[in-house]
Design a protein around this ligand. Sequence first.
Ligand SMILES: [Zn+2]
Length: 288
Amino acid sequence: MYIRCLDGYYFAAARTALQNQHMNEPWTRDQLLVVFNLYCRIPFSKTKANNPLVIEVARQIGRSAAAVAMKLGNFGSFDSALRAKGIKGLSGASRADRAIWEEFNQDWAKLSIESGLAADRFPGSSLALPPERDVASRPVDGYLAKCADIVSGPSETAREVKVRLHQRFFREAVLASYGDSCCVCSNPVPQLLMAAHIVPWAEREDLRVNPRNGLCLCSLHHDAFDNGLWAIDDTYQIKLSSALRAYLPSRILEVNFVEFSCAQIRMPDKFWPEKEFLAFHRSNLFRE
Ligand SMILES: [Zn+2]
């Protein structure tokens, strides 16, 4: 029995999963948390059973890679960005899958901590990170390893570690969704890429870790966005501010900004930016 995968390929996930010795055991909350964390941190096109990261996570949580890939597909079935692209997730998502999805779509900060703690509870676990995205985010040694003691306390260290885990999760989720390149100019250099907040970090604590409040931008487009020199309209088109246009004509501005004016940003493969957040940015930061 073959199942149509989300990006159009075919694979024998169902058959392999049936051979999985754990197939009949219900998924635990910890297993679901770890796989949901993985869903957030890798591009959707890489949620396949042959992805080394999927294989490694499967090994750590005691499931087959095919079963983990199917679970990633189940989470994809809830994602409105994928549905908007006409991609249907795998059917067969369980009530537990949906419960995890809904729980953490309400509280991304909680997910970034709880999934780390869940991974910590698997023996010998140290959930690997995609190396190419790890350049500017090495704040927490071992990331998911042995952090339970640190984050459970009220100390300054605990608070710092939590903030760094939040920042790391946000960066991972946003960069993965945009395929590790600027959604304006497609700059792919990891050292120059930022997970930018649409509603500023200081403005809404509840949105700091929400990947739908993020854009993957290069340093230049990030600074310009934070300073209201450009914005994104309701159709995801780039609008330049009069403050920036005041410096035209300028060859460098032509190349870096005018070229992209009125074009749509490159949309992420999941976690589309929330229109409400983009409207906030236009109303409060954009120097129209
Ligand atoms: Zn850029």
